[in-house]
Design a binder for this molecule. Structure first.
Ligand code: GTP
Ligand code: MG
Length: 299
């Protein structure tokens, strides 16, 4: 008698949560490649970002989303809208919280936004490396009582704790389906976008106060030269002249540092030598201007 093979499973799972809970870190960990920008500052992710996890019996298409928060600028509203837009399009919602903060008011706000959404939900308690065991058990118990989630999974994305169990568990909740992406493909984000995000991540991590939030990066041109060097022109937009000065730094030191960090990562990501040219421009209050929000790729 021939053994029947288990059917191939595949589907979309979105990473949802308030800002800074580790959604992008988890995406990068599960895909085992760096795709999404990560930082210790909230509101890092601004777009939906796809990451494909290839498993022996199936394929998980993860969708990283911007952290959901009560939004102030038009940009923030567009970001949150992008997260909401996944609710009904995906097969599974992975609801992330920062276990070291318990289930906070901001998490409740995210949960409220899902009212009436019948998509299956799994609760992921991230950052358990920061939580004493007893507190964690208490949190799991409290969340079980809410009876809103199909599963509750404690992990540490940063320390890669619990991830071996998480991937097959996600697959369990996905339907039978086709291989959406070839095995060589880990994202469908365009190259320009990935490059812009690497540059923006370096800026977020090197600057402070309002600067990380006021920055947008647009890759203007990517060209491979005859000598196998990728020549990249990118513009960094800020909202004010004072922010532009900070970004350029004393004798150009900040721009040089950001450029050098970004160049090294782009070289690693695309396995090619890179010549990166950064320009800084000011677009007054672009975060409240529909035209610029669209132009910079957030609408
Ligand atoms: N200690 C600890 N830190 C973590 C863990 N996972 C993520 N972090 C940190 O949490 C911070 C936020 O991580 P991100 O992955 O950027 O969070 P995010 O949810 O994508 O944030 P937004 O894009 O702003 O919504 C970073 O400093 C990460 O290193 C974890 O398991 N343990
Ligand atoms: Mg993120």
């Amino acid at each position: 008698m021939s053994k029947t093979e288990a059917p191939f499973k595949s589907g979309y799972a979105s990473l949802i949560g308030k800002p800074n809970v580790g959604k992008s870190t988890l995406l990068n960990r599960l895909v085992a490649r760096k795709i999404a920008a990560m930082s210790a500052k909230p509101q890092t992710t601004r777009n939906k970002i796809t990451g494909v996890v290839h498993l022996p019996g199936g394929q998980i298409v993860l969708v990283d989303t911007p952290g959901i928060h009560e939004s102030s600028t038009k940009l923030n509203r567009a970001m949150v809208k992008a997260s909401f837009s996944t609710y009904k399009d995906v097969d599974l919602i992975l609801f992330l919280i920062d276990a070291s903060q318990g289930f906070s008011e901001d998490d409740e706000y995210v949960l409220q936004s899902m009212q009436g959404v019948t998509t299956t939900k799994i609760l992921i308690l991230n950052k358990i490396d920061l939580v004493p065991k007893l507190d964690l058990l208490g949190l799991i118990d409290k969340m079980h009582k809410r009876a809103l989630f199909e599963e509750i999974i404690p992990i540490s994305a940063l320390k890669k704790d619990g991830l071996d169990l998480l991937a097959p568990l996600i697959l369990k909740y996905l339907p039978e389906g086709p291989q959406y992406f070839p095995e060589t493909m880990i994202t469908d984000c365009p190259e320009d976008f990935l490059i812009a995000e690497i540059i923006r991540e370096k800026i977020i991590n090197q600057t402070h106060f309002e600067v990380p939030y006021a920055v947008a990066v647009v890759v203007e041109q990517v060209e491979e030269s005859k000598s196998d060097v990728l020549v990249i022109d990118a513009t960094v937009y800020t909202e004010r002249d004072s922010q532009k000065k900070i970004l350029i730094g004393e004798k150009g030191a900040m721009l040089k540092k950001v450029g050098s960090l970004a160049r090294k990562e782009i070289e690693k990501r695309f396995a090619i030598k890179v010549y990166l040219k950064l320009f800084v421009k000011v677009k007054n209050r672009w975060r409240d201007n529909d035209r610029y929000i669209k132009e910079f790729g957030y609408l």
